[in-house]
Design a protein around this ligand. Structure first.
Ligand code: CP
Length: 328
């Protein structure tokens, strides 16, 4: 029996507490973990472009003493010759101990997990979810605020296609006292199913088009890129791409202890003059992404957290078998 990381909602609070605690231990002393995964192999199967997710996964495994294999371009894999993703999954299972998969089509990692014989980690599936980005975001927030509750969080930009905000709001809405301000133009608003979830669970949220109006109340401003690759109509992308630009002038409206997060890559939505402001946390966030993924690998492979509980962690983080959606 092995387990996968496919949907952020598969994580219980205690799963998450465990991951955050291991990631925190790693952040304190990364060198202690350098041989924990010796002899283990991670495969990174990226059917869609990535810098942070793929390289932070690879960095995480190398920093744990393991090895990495994989491809970063669909055209460099047998997919280009017509191999199905299921056969790729069956095959790569023979070569590694864990695989992380990014794919432009929603639920592809789920399908691959159904036939894999090693754990599969969803590294982003189309506009659906990006659970390890959310773990990264939560590690960052918990390191900065020492809590995940009683926070006012502004999610700004492409809330329609931005898979990172879909996963993040699902997770942060589980914590008491959090309030969300959804900042987007109407054409990029949060999908109906997320709004229904917020309504159904009585979560405190409001929607606005105005970043200027929202920013003074925020503890966290989570900026997102308008996802060009998800638009069929390129003129609509052109119309929306610069709807929000966070610059120093806008940042001056924010609290001194607010932080700015962004899953990156950014295009123009955060001006580079913000980078030197102490509230700009998006590159620290990228660093915490390595610790988050180290903690996930430790958890999935049942390795030891050297600074905390010294027992093997065998609790599943995701019971994949019951959750494969019906997709064509
Ligand atoms: N945050 C994120 O997913 O970045 P990449 O697309 O570079 O992996």
């Amino acid at each position: 029996m092995f387990h996968h990381v496919l949907n952020i909602s598969d994580f219980t609070k205690s799963d998450l507490d465990y991951i955050l605690s291991v990631a925190g231990n790693i952040a304190k002393n990364p060198a202690r973990y350098r041989e924990v995964a010796k002899g283990k192999i991670l495969a990174t199967l990226f059917f869609e472009p990535s810098t942070r997710t793929r390289l932070s996964f690879e960095s995480a495994m190398l920093r744990l003493g393991g090895g990495v294999i994989g491809f970063s371009d669909m055209s460099a894999s047998a997919t280009a010759k017509g191999e199905t993703m299921e056969d790729t999954s069956r095959t790569v299972s023979c070569y590694c101990d864990v695989m992380s998969v990014r794919h432009p089509v929603p639920f592809s990692p789920h399908k691959m997990s159904a036939v894999a014989t090693v754990p599969v980690i969803n590294a982003g599936d189309g506009a659906n979810e990006h659970p390890t980005q959310t773990i990264t975001d939560l590690v960052t927030i918990s390191q900065r605020f020492k809590r995940l509750h009683n926070l006012t969080i502004g999610l700004c930009g492409d809330l329609k296609y931005g898979r990172t905000v879909h996963s993040l709001i699902k997770m942060l809405s589980r914590y008491k006292g959090n309030r969300f301000i959804l900042i987007s133009p109407d054409a990029l608003k949060m999908p109906r199913e997320i709004i229904d979830m917020l309504d159904g669970e009585n979560i405190n949220y409001e929607t606005t088009e105005s970043l200027d109006d929202a920013i003074p109340a925020l503890d966290i401003l989570y900026m997102t890129r308008v996802q060009r690759e998800r638009f069929d109509d390129k003129s609509e992308y052109e119309r929306l791409k610069d709807f929000y630009i966070l610059d120093r002038e806008k940042l001056s409206l924010a609290k001194r202890d607010m932080i700015v997060l962004h899953p990156l890559p950014r295009v123009d939505e955060i001006s580079t003059d913000v980078d030197t402001d102490e509230r700009a946390w998006y590159f620290k966030q990228a660093q915490y992404g390595v610790y988050a993924r180290m903690a996930l690998i430790i958890s999935l492979l049942g390795l030891k957290d050297l600074m905390g509980d010294d027992t093997l962690y065998i609790k599943p983080v995701s019971d994949y078998g019951k959750k494969i959606p019906n997709v064509s």
